[in-house]
Design a protein around this ligand. Sequence first.
Ligand code: FES
Length: 135
Amino acid sequence: MERRQFLFWLSCGWLSTWLPAIFSHKAVAQDEFVSVGTLTQLKENGQILNEESPTGAVLVIPSPDDPDSLIAVNPTCTHEGCIVEWDSEQEYFLCPCHSSKFKVNGEVMEGRATLPLDTYTVKVEGDEVLVQPVI
Ligand code: FES
């Protein structure tokens, strides 16, 4: 096999491996609710942190105003990408790296971050907690 042919088939193999994954990730991220955890996990831990969700990192917490409803944000700090933590007593998300604070709706309260956290629409089906990005 000539070198050119070898490189062509190598490229085809690489593309056939990665293209479906890339396109399926976009379809899931924009159009569908995806499961990120369970109500059981939420009750046990007070939150669901799923950094491997197909739609991106997700942190789900009970709403401080209504414990029967849920709030979900992308916990990736918009400053330099650390994972924020929910402070249930102070009712804000706190970045452990440079102390940016975000309101429950993701808006910046103070700190180095200037952009809000991304948010998700949340729904529950049985024990499953599902999210969809807010576009
Ligand atoms: S990474 Fe969050 S404030 Fe810097």
